[in-house]
Design a protein around this ligand. Sequence first.
Ligand code: AMP
Ligand code: MG
Length: 404
Amino acid sequence: MRPLADAQRDVLAAMRPLPVEAVSLWSALGLALAEDVVAPHDVPPFANSAMDGYAVRAEDVAELPVELRVTEDVPAGHVAEGKVEAGTAIKIMTGAPLPAGADTVVRVEDTEPGDGTVKILAAEPRANVRRAGGDVEAGTVVFEAGTRLTPPHLGSLATIGVASPEVHRRPRVAVLSTGDEVVPPDTAELGPGMIRDANRPLLGGLLTELGAEVIDLGIVGDDADALRTSLLRGAEVADVVATSGGVSMGEYDLVKAVLAELGDVEFWKVAMQPAKPFAFGHIDGTPLFGLPGNPVSVLVAFEQFLRPALLTMMGSRFLFRPRIPGVAGERFVTDPQKTVFLRVTVSLEEGRWVARSAGGQASNVLSAAAAADAFAVVPVGVGTVERGDAVTLEMFRWPESRGW
Ligand code: AMP
Ligand code: MG
């Protein structure tokens, strides 16, 4: 068996970032910046008011209350004509440029309107002013190359006029299920010995969530010619081909034979559970991930191999899920020869994240994986985790809450 870290290292070493292209902010979510983004100007571009109120001079409101003459009114998007002089105020709305002469905005709640005047009841010198560059300063690196864009990144890029950031292209991943027993999910009546294909919907969801484009190659039975045709087509149209099934030890593992014939594919037994059997290599230069057949193995192999590999292709600075320290909420017994990924729920109890089995831990029990928030990662050398023991949690989802 190969240690998981060795297998991961070999897979990642074979990955190259995809070409760079400019994409609109509307389609850049999840993609990684190909270069540092430098702000061409300040954000905000001008000093402006953080509140609806009155622009004043701090020295005029040092002693309160005080009555000031209101000389004009500036809504957002408009610029005051005059300046704030001693004894005067300009009525200002949130986001409007701070008029010349003013250094303070008094909230409307702290005033009383008069006839062409305003009475200031409370004020704090220099309060409620947003300085130019207070968000982003001109000439600084706002976001570094390799940053994966989240919604706030998209909005922030818009503020500096980067409407089409340069990102690494979205990876195209061809997905193929194998096995004579596997039938489409919309099969109403299962024939004897048949099961519905869980792996393409599962992989499709994982890939979409990551920001990859899914190319569906369907289901191929245990038939060498059909398999060869599909694999070659996948290698041609996609950046990565991902198959499931047929890479374990059984004598009907025809997939292995075809993969071996088509490319430089290696078959590994990785010291992990689930997802021990795993194939990796290239077909016509396209990386091929031969995932195991059991759906939970697909999930784990995706998380440990395909996800970091795709993030490398996407040019992401970070490749791995966050791991946090947790506590076992029950006793877990695992194979000490393998890195074991238990599917667990986590809950915050007295300040600690407590992990409990999300259900059956066999590699076909996908319903439990659906209930899980995390993998409890039990390393090689550890066979038993007692209740209350420290355990590493690899978070792939934080539990939602009904409210606080
Ligand atoms: P294999 O590695 O092809 O022997 O498959 C291992 C196990 O996973 C078998 O029980 C298969 O029936 C099951 N399996 C394979 N492909 C799928 C699939 N697409 N959806 C659900 N189960 C599958
Ligand atoms: Mg099979």
